[in-house]
Design a protein around this ligand. Structure first.
Ligand SMILES: [Zn+2]
Length: 273
């Protein structure tokens, strides 16, 4: 990872989620900047996965060539039910796909803007929920490979969403839901041969975010349109920075952007004038 590019914030589950941003060799405790002015300025260049400097991304953070060639951007990344490494069938790079797909995965239910079903590598777990801005989550199953998690997800998509409505997620806390009961109900619809992977443990993880004020009418801002982004940080949820004037900034969709990050306390700024 390039030290001068934006990347997603690291998260730690505490009473409220603790966020840190690493850039230019400095680790910023983002929670401390809430109520202060922050500034992100972009220099018009992006570093892609291939390590090359580009002017813009083609899709999902990849340049044109990477998107069409890398295993990290293959079809099964976006649709886990298309994974074939467990059958020894290559999509783009069987060795990479084996490593990525033949690892334990979780299927979970999360409440971020309504209920969704999702999958994640076992090593990710709660990190994934925090990145999505979920307020509650429960593990539904643990399977030995990514394909099986995709198969379970597909079987449950008829009943619950599989995507987060980020606009809704950023407007406030969702209604609390009885995830244990929902898990029991949905478990009946898991295909017979995958029932064995349903987890008996029904622990519900509750997650709170450092937000002082939610936007009322969301304005999503990007560095492409606003190369210099400045304002008061009002909160952080998922991988979004909530700024004044109802602005929200998705830091994750700007991974690879060569940028400067700085902050200033409001009091200090007052002294300057
Ligand atoms: Zn590339």
């Amino acid at each position: 990872m390039n030290r001068d590019t934006l990347k997603k914030m690291d998260t730690e589950l505490k009473e409220v989620v603790h966020y840190t941003l690493d850039i230019h060799g400095t680790t910023h405790n983002m929670n401390d900047y809430i109520g202060k002015q922050i500034k992100i300025s972009w220099k018009g260049k992006i570093i892609c996965h291939c390590g090359k400097e580009k002017k813009k991304v083609f899709r999902s953070g990849f340049c044109y060539n990477c998107y069409w060639t890398l295993p990290e951007a293959s079809q099964s990344i976006f649709k886990p039910e298309l994974c074939t490494a467990h059958l020894g069938e290559e999509e783009r790079d069987l060795e990479w796909e084996r490593k990525f797909q033949l690892a334990p995965h979780y299927v979970y239910l999360a409440n971020s803007s309504g209920i969704k079903v999702g999958i994640t590598r076992k090593s990710q777990g709660v990190v994934r929920w925090m990145d999505q801005g979920a307020s509650q989550a429960i593990l539904l199953a643990e399977v030995p490979n990514r394909r099986y998690s995709g198969d379970i997800e597909v079987s449950l998509k008829r009943f619950v969403d599989d995507v987060t409505n980020w606009r809704k997620m950023l407007t406030g806390e969702p209604q609390s839901v009885d995830l244990v009961k929902l898990k029991e109900e949905l478990s009946e619809h898991v295909p017979e041969e995958l029932q064995q992977y349903i987890l008996p443990n029904n622990t519900v993880t509750e997650i709170s975010y450092p937000v002082t004020k939610y936007p009322t009418k969301i304005k999503s801002v990007t560095l492409d349109k606003n190369p210099i982004l400045e304002g008061e940080l009002l909160g952080i949820k998922g991988q979004y920075l909530l700024l004044d004037e109802d602005r929200v900034f998705n830091i994750r969709s700007h991974e690879g952007y060569i940028a400067d990050f700085s902050y200033q306390s409001i009091e200090k700024q007052g002294l300057l004038f």
